[in-house]
Design a protein around this ligand. Structure first.
Ligand code: GDP
Length: 478
């Protein structure tokens, strides 16, 4: 009704004349919505499913292609709790920043850079301050793709743990290359070989054993071998050919934002293409602003920020959301009108989201399979115990995958968490639970994001549904 600018009762009446008894809180399916909209002279277009590849292309335009220059890699640190993520981030920052900066004063703006000597040149590496795959995936669920490389921290005295496995799944789902930092090698009971062995079971085979996974033994606390880790990051970033066009209006992503009593709305952002300058007019999500001042990660006022450079900016009209994109406009009027349009769009985006995500249910996938449109079925599996998981994964492997490929993004014991929902939302996956429960908050998150969560207590039934979806035979639910 909001979208059609029509009283709800008119819609209910229209439905009534079509023989559909709907009430005001009822959710309609797409064909019914199309039917109603037509009556009001409106056509419904299905939102395009945005693949990650086009997402990256959105940051770079075709016109950038012949003006690309290398940019520093942006790195996120992930891993199990207590394996040393924070210590590693602090340690890299301290050793590197203290060397050059006066007094080593640092400013927390959500990200920081360090200078590394590599191949005779001084190059930069940018770290996102918030460790963990939760932050990473929450950003991704909002469409942001800021991380170029993931550092997976695994404690050598503890080995691969549940969140290690989750982090691997999340990085792989985002197709972000992983470098393993085997941490705490200073400890007496450290056993790096065991870590490598365990990582092999999750598809990460170390280079020295014939694989392609880079693994660097480090001690975050003693600052040992961090230079090697940084070198490896630069090596990987060379392979990835990370680049952007610095000679254009800036685009990028908000990484943090808050309201400061004295300074007003403050946002930390990462420039991903172009160069941001003081005085630039930008729109971040639906927030309008004119960059009044910029502060870098060392607390210095700066006039401009090139690709991959994190800065804090002042001058926004409101607090934007982390994970939202920003874009500089040459025309202030245009910027204002874009901000206004976005604000209006936001009001209806929930509905659009619900429409878009309707497609990512097991039954909608089945419908796509029937049309021969489904190429890949993404799954997240959660089960009570490892044993059930293995049984399910074993059986899923047996399913014929000629037409439709099964991709299991995550298979882990435990309850279904909000992070799982974020991952599913970000990757267009359905969640299958076996003998497990939904964590508080996960249900609401799934409803909001339109993620299909299915719970089973019989393996056979679960397999039947997956197979049915792959073959396009699943009956729509009533
Ligand atoms: P996070 O939860 O992954 O961020 O882990 P923290 O960085 O908070 O580290 C957890 C604990 O491990 C802390 O007590 C650290 O002092 C300790 N720790 C981190 N790195 C090392 C290391 O390289 N060697 C040793 N011995 N302890 C470490």
């Amino acid at each position: 009704a909001d979208l059609l600018v029509t009283p709800e009762t008119d819609i209910i009446r229209t439905l009534f004349f079509k023989g559909i008894m709907a009430n005001i809180t009822q959710t309609l399916d797409l064909p019914t919505i199309e039917l109603v909209a037509k009556e009001f002279g409106v056509t419904i277009e299905k939102p395009e499913q945005v693949s990650k590849a086009t997402k990256v292309m959105e940051v770079l335009d075709l016109s950038d292609m012949d003006r690309l220059k290398r940019r520093p890699p942006v790195v996120t640190v992930m891993g199990h709790v207590d394996h040393g993520k924070t210590t590693l981030l602090d340690s890299i920052r301290k050793t590197k920043v203290a060397q050059g900066e006066a007094g080593g004063i640092t400013q927390h703006i959500g990200a920081y850079h360090v200078d590394v000597e590599h191949g005779g040149l001084v190059q930069q590496v940018v770290f996102l301050d918030t460790p963990g795959h939760e932050a990473f995936t929450a950003m991704r669920a909002r469409g942001a793709r800021v991380t170029d490389i993931a550092i997976l921290v695994v404690a050598a005295d503890d080995g691969v743990r549940p969140q290690t496995i989750e982090a691997i799944s999340h990085a792989k789902a985002a197709k972000v290359p992983i470098i393993v930092a085997i941490n705490k090698v200073d400890k007496e009971d450290a056993n790096p070989d065991r870590v490598k062995q365990e990582l092999m079971e999750h598809g990460l085979v170390p280079e020295e054993w014939g694989g392609d996974a880079i693994m660097v033994p480090v001690s975050a606390i003693k600052g040992e071998n961090l230079d090697t880790l940084l070198e490896m990051i630069l090596l990987v970033s060379e392979v990835e050919e990370l680049s952007a066009n610095p000679d254009r209006a800036a685009k990028g992503t908000i990484i943090e934002a808050h309201l400061d009593k004295a300074r007003g709305p403050v946002a930390s952002l990462l420039v991903q293409n172009g160069t941001l300058k003081v005085g630039d007019v930008l729109v971040a999500g639906s927030v309008f602003g004119k960059v009044r001042a910029m502060i870098d990660d060392q607390g210095n006022r700066v006039d401009s920020a090139a690709p991959s450079v994190p800065v804090e900016i002042l001058g926004l009209s409101n607090v934007p959301a982390a994970g939202h994109e920003f874009e500089v406009f040459l025309d202030e009027k245009e910027a204002r009108s874009v901000a206004i349009t976005r604000t209006m769009e936001q009001r209806t985006s929930r509905l659009q989201q619900a429409l878009a995500s309707r497609r990512v249910t097991l039954t909608s996938m089945s419908a796509q399979a029937q049309e021969g449109e489904l190429k890949e079925l993404n799954l997240l599996l959660k089960a009570d115990v490892q044993g059930s998981l293995e049984a399910i994964l074993g059986s899923l492997d047996q399913l014929p995958q000629k037409e439709v490929q099964l991709r299991t993004l995550l298979a882990a014991p435990g309850e279904i968490s909000e992070t799982d929902v974020d991952l599913a939302a970000a990757s267009g996956a359905v969640i299958l639970g076996f003998n497990t429960t939904l964590a508080s908050g996960a249900k609401r998150a799934a409803d909001e994001a339109g993620v299909d969560v299915r719970e089973y207590d019989i393996i056979y039934k679960l397999l039947e549904d997956v197979q049915g979806a792959m073959e396009g035979l699943l009956e729509p639910e009533m």
